[in-house]
Write a new protein. Structure first.
Length: 499
């Protein structure tokens, strides 16, 4: 099949989170399976166009009130198969994308013109296909910034039976929800810029309390919907996790499913990770002990193999449960470190209050140390050198760190939600089964108790800990399994239309 990925992010060019990794890894794996995949993203200011190939001629993009013009650059995705390369196309529009930040900056977290920026981008995806003379079988859009692409396909480009041939008559659309909490809700005055009629505004589901909801319109318009784990698909059809779109997802439930994200096992693999002191595997775990010693040194903790070391690499936001862990009035991190014989390290950045509180705790506690910011190499060392990895998420569509942890023989301590529930098997104290520790309610007491349970097992059932490590390391989280499920999803969607 010919597959076009429409996304606001793709690693290594533009990344704020797991969306970028998923789009690139899935595309490369699909190419290895023999499919022709192209990716289109904006050419942000941070993407060096000097390293890209400029396509000849400017490209016109029709929108409400006229036409926007842009340049198009391209590059071959790194690590792509030589015999079937994945090519990335960059839509270059200086006014919309020639600025710092993808969605905003620390001073303007959400650019006011985001609805226009990403409306233009989605319309440009179709013009790109015409420019290069290529029509996709599947248009795969990702999250709210790409949600206008299925809308344009349904209401403007796929004119079945019409006199005008668009090249998209046999194209189907799939929209993947990576995080339902982000929807692209803006003033409906921006709708005029789409160039679509007001009948589409209501028929496509844009209306949201007198505002314009881009993701909602995409959910109504896409031929097939999916999200990044089976459990999150079920959760988002419930009011508690539905962010007011649970009704739409229940309405589309026959076309909605979850496919668990994979991980890039070329990058996240303790047997060949360049960021850790020594490689290791289930057959020889000495390298993990070396990584623990290096991690303790990096954070200024005593080199103690016997003390359980808990790691965290996280965004410091409410979604990640940081209020219940670090809140100054009721957080559980302080009692955990005070009452238990353990060490804890954290790498992360996010909300200012949480950064301040973590910095304060790190200065006051001898067994808790943190670094504010993000460092790719250090995140690998934390995964390898930790004995446990803590993820007290309020909700987690898929989560990657728990899969990284299991791959590195590090036992996850997680809340039972979303993709965490799909990938972690709770410890069975009687038999030593499972590969992690789980809790249901997100409260400081639940976090405290579950960490305490893991620490108790470390000191009293260490043979269980070792068996759980090996069990986790044997799991297959590679992208090939998930990519084959996407191929099946694409084929079923096309079959629905008789394509």
């Amino acid at each position: 099949m010919k597959i076009l990925m429409v996304s606001s992010e793709a690693a290594p060019y533009a990344k704020t989170g797991g969306l970028a990794d998923m789009v690139s890894a899935l595309s490369i794996t699909l190419a290895r399976l023999g499919h022709e995949v192209k990716i289109v993203i904006p050419r942000y200011y941070a993407v060096d166009k000097g390293k890209l190939e400029l396509l000849p001629g400017a490209m016109g993009v029709p929108l409400g009130g006229g036409e926007e013009w842009s340049a198009v650059y391209s590059a071959v995705m790194p690590d792509t198969p030589e015999e079937n390369p994945v090519r990335v196309y960059f839509i270059d529009h200086e006014v919309f994308f020639g600025r710092d930040g993808i969605y905003g900056t620390p001073f303007e977290p959400d650019f006011l013109d985001n609805p226009r920026r990403f409306t233009f981008f989605c319309r440009a995806a179709f013009q790109l296909c015409r420019k290069i003379g290529w029509s996709p079988d599947v248009l795969h859009a990702h999250d709210w910034p790409a949600a206008m692409a299925p809308v344009y396909l349904k209401f403007a480009e796929r004119l079945s039976g019409g006199k005008v041939k668009t090249g998209f008559e046999k194209t189907v659309s799939v929209l993947t929800i990576h995080n339902l909490g982000y929807q692209g809700i803006y003033s409906k005055d921006n709708f005029r810029y789409t160039g679509l009629g007001w009948d589409v505004f209501y028929n496509a589901g844009f209306e949201d309390w007198n505002m314009m909801n881009l993701l909602k319109a995409g959910l109504y318009s896409a031929d097939r919907l999916n999200t990044v784990s089976p459990n999150y698909a079920a959760e988002t059809m419930l009011q508690v996790h539905g962010f007011r779109l649970d009704g739409v997802l229940r309405y589309r439930s026959a076309d909605y499913s979850g496919i668990l994200n994979g991980i890039d096992t070329n990058v996240w693999n303790p047997a060949k990770d360049p960021f850790i002191p020594e490689p290791y595997s289930g057959e020889n775990m000495e390298g993990k002990a070396a990584a623990k010693e290096a991690l303790q040194k990096e954070f200024g903790l005593p080199a103690d193999r016997g003390a359980p070391l808990i790691g965290m690499v996280t965004r410091l936001t409410g979604q990640k449960g940081v209020g219940d862990l670090f809140g100054p009035a009721y957080g559980s991190a302080w009692p955990i470190c005070r009452d238990m014989n353990l060490q804890m390290v954290l790498l992360g950045t996010g909300e200012a209050w949480c950064e301040h509180e973590i910095t304060s705790l790190s200065s006051r506690l001898s067994n808790f140390k943190a670094k504010i910011g993000y460092n790719e190499g250090l995140s690998h060392l934390i995964e390898a050198g930790s004995d446990f990895f803590l993820m007290p998420s309020r909700y987690e569509p898929c989560g990657l760190n728990q899969m990284y942890s299991l791959t590195y023989g590090t036992l996850p301590i997680v809340r039972k939600t979303g993709g965490l529930a799909d990938t972690v098997e709770n410890y069975i104290e009687a038999s030593g089964g499972g590969d992690g520790f789980m809790f249901d309610d997100l409260t400081p007491q639940a976090i405290y108790n579950t960490v305490g349970w893991a620490v108790w097992a470390w000191y009293n059932r260490h043979e269980h800990i070792e068996a759980m490590r090996l069990r986790g390391m044997r799991q297959d989280f590679s992208w090939e399994k998930s990519a084959k499920m996407y191929v099946d999803l694409y084929e079923k969607t096309r079959a629905k239309f008789g394509f």
